[in-house]
Structures are given as structure tokens and as C-alpha cells.
Design a protein around this ligand. Structure first.
Ligand SMILES: Cc1cc2nc3c(=O)[nH]c(=O)nc-3n(C[C@H](O)[C@H](O)[C@H](O)COP(=O)(O)OP(=O)(O)OC[C@H]3O[C@@H](n4cnc5c(N)ncnc54)[C@H](O)[C@@H]3O)c2cc1C
Length: 291
């Protein structure tokens, strides 16, 4: 049996926040695909659960009059993948979530949980970094906007504190418009496998030259990361083999891969450089600025 000491089914957002604040051990359960696995493994940190599955307002996916897109943290990966707004404006979110687990997992797992879990291999993290998503977080004192940049603080760790409930992702129009984007997950198996390396890129171009590159990786450092040196190296240049090699070289200043049973450091570095070139090329192609 799961070592659950306390379970609370929240009726409202305020109710959930009060329950999270009332006990420092309290943890949110959304789809449960990380929480139940940890409980199954006997992890005592998840003995006090606050279930948010009754909060339908957290399932909403919408766009406001200014073009800001909101994705509720209880929306499942399948619901997000199938939503017309996401398919039209955030294709890289669709591409990333389609790589998570299998259909059963995607029908239950949430993108909110994928990010809050703090895993360095989270497949939605590259899309969140490339689209520079804002995270709306509420507690009893206030609602705050936290950029995805800086949300992850270490392996399995985030800035979320006691009483915090993450309610929605917000993607600003200037972060997704006129940008070609692409994601690639390198894993040992074609499905049902955790990333050895995940790579995402967003490219803006003018007159055949790159005006903006956003390049993100999972499992290339202790947290999901952006790559400022590599992003700088491509500015003002065409997307061609020479430029992509310069990006691969500049990446060495951004990434800190490690050895693990899944792959050695040198192998990861090789994959990182190869994927960067592949994914930036694909993002440019998706924008129409082909090689
Ligand atoms: C068989 C299997 C295959 C998998 N494959 C992949 C894969 O390929 N790629 C991948 O990235 N992941 C994978 N996962 C991991 C998992 O499915 C994802 O991380 C999923 O997105 C987690 O979402 P959830 O809603 O189930 O989260 P939960 O398990 O409910 O919660 C995860 C964590 O986030 C916290 N949390 C959740 N929602 C909130 C909120 N709104 N506010 C504050 N804290 C919150 C919880 O307290 C917990 O710490 C897999 C899991 C399984 C079981």
C-alpha cells in the first residue's frame, strides 16, 4: 500500500492553498504519474497529499485579447497536444509533450506536474524555456509571476515554497510569434523512455540572417538550461554548416553534462553538439529560412 498519512481533496483554489499552508509536508497531487511512483518507492516526502483534480478552472487553455496564451496546470498532456490554440501557435509544445511516456501517461500527466517535478530530463522544459513562459503561482498572500528562467534551482528542486500553488503557464505573443521552433529528444528507446538529452530551439530571421536564437537543453547541466553563448554565436549570420559549427563550439561554455548509467559525459557532449545543429536547422526550416 502507498504510505499516505493524510489526503485532502480541495474544493477551491483557496482551499488547496490553505491545505498546503497548513502542513509543511503537504504536496500537491495532479496526474500523480510522478507522485505515485515516488510513493510506490516508499518516498515519505509524499505522505500528505492535496488533490487538485477537482479544480476545473486549472484545466483551461485560452487566449486573451492581447494574444497571451494561458495553459492551466491541470490540463493533461493529451488535452494540450490536441488543443487548436497550442497546435497553431505553440507547435514545439505539441512536439515535446508527444515524447512523454505513452498514451496512458499523456492522458493523465500534466505539463504543470512535469515542470514542478523539477526533473532535469522533463520533456516540456525546453519548450517552456524557448517560449520563455511565465508561471502564475498563488499562495495565501499574493499571486506572483515567476519566469521559467530560474524556476529550477537544482536536480528535483524548484523555487516553489510552502503554500504555493502553480495555477497556469502564460505565453506572451512576443515570445511565440514569427518564430520557427523545434524539439528533439535523444533517448535509448523510441518511446517510454526518459531523455538522455533533450534539445529545443526557437529561431527568428530577417534578410536570411538570424536575428534571435533561443536554445535550450535538458540533461546537459544540473537543471534544464538556456545557452547564451551559443545563442550569441549565431546572431547576424545565415543558418548554414559553418554557422552551426560555430554554435557547436560555443556550446562548450554553456553546458555541463555528467556521467550516468544512461550515458557518459563525452557521449552526451557529442549528442549535445549534434542535436544543436540538427534542431536549429529544423527550427529555421519550420520558419521558412532553410539551409
Ligand atoms: C511510465 C512513465 C513514463 C514517463 N515518461 C516520461 C517522459 O518520457 N518524459 C517526461 O518528462 N516525464 C515522464 N514521466 C514523468 C511524468 O509523467 C511527468 O513528469 C508528468 O508530466 C508529471 O505530471 P503529473 O500531473 O502526473 O504530476 P504529479 O505526479 O501529480 O506531480 C509531480 C510533482 O509536481 C508537483 N505539482 C504538480 N502540480 C502542481 C501544481 N499545480 N502546483 C504545485 N506543485 C505541483 C507535485 O507535488 C509533485 O511534486 C513518466 C512517468 C511514468 C510513470
Amino acid at each position: 500500500m502507498f504510505p499516505i498519512e493524510k489526503y485532502y481533496f480541495a474544493a477551491t483554489i483557496e482551499d488547496a492553498i490553505a491545505a498546503l499552508e497548513a502542513d509543511e509536508k503537504a504536496r500537491v497531487i495532479a496526474g500523480g504519474t510522478d507522485v505515485l511512483v515516488r510513493l510506490h518507492g516508499g518516498n515519505p516526502d509524499y505522505g500528505c497529499l492535496v488533490d487538485i483534480n477537482g479544480l476545473d478552472e486549472l484545466r483551461q487553455i485560452s487566449m486573451d485579447g492581447e494574444g497571451n496564451i494561458f495553459i492551466g496546470t491541470l490540463a493533461t498532456c493529451s488535452e494540450i497536444i490536441e488543443h487548436p490554440l497550442v497546435q497553431e501557435h505553440l507547435p514545439m509544445v505539441v512536439q515535446s509533450l508527444e515524447t512523454i511516456g505513452g498514451p496512458q501517461v499523456r492522458n493523465t500527466a500534466t505539463m504543470g506536474g512535469n515542470i514542478c517535478n523539477g526533473a532535469v530530463s522533463a520533456d516540456s522544459a525546453c519548450a517552456a524555456l524557448v517560449y520563455e513562459m511565465d508561471l502564475l503561482i498563488r499562495n495565501s498572500k499574493r499571486e506572483r509571476i515567476q519566469s521559467i528562467n530560474g524556476f529550477h534551482t537544482g536536480p528535483g528542486r524548484t523555487v516553489l515554497g510552502r503554500g504555493d500553488l502553480f495555477t497556469a503557464f502564460c505565453i506572451r505573443p512576443q515570445k511565440y510569434r514569427n518564430m520557427g521552433a523545434s524539439y528533439y529528444k535523444y533517448a535509448m528507446r523510441g518511446a517510454m523512455d526518459i531523455a538522455t538529452i533533450g534539445c529545443g530551439a526557437g529561431v527568428r530571421m530577417a534578410d536570411g540572417a538570424v536575428t534571435e536564437l533561443k536554445l535550450a537543453f535538458t540533461v546537459a547541466a544540473p537543471t534544464p538550461i538556456r545557452c547564451p553563448h551559443a545563442e550569441e554565436a549565431v546572431l547576424g549570420k545565415p543558418v548554414n554548416a559553418e554557422t552551426l559549427q560555430q554554435v557547436a563550439d560555443a556550446l562548450l561554455e554553456d553546458v555541463r553534462p555528467r556521467d550516468s548509467w544512461r550515458a557518459g559525459k563525452e557521449f552526451r557532449l557529442h549528442i549535445i553538439k549534434t542535436l544543436a545543429q540538427k534542431v536549429i536547422g529544423q527550427a529555421a526550416e519550420n520558419l521558412g529560412g532553410t539551409l
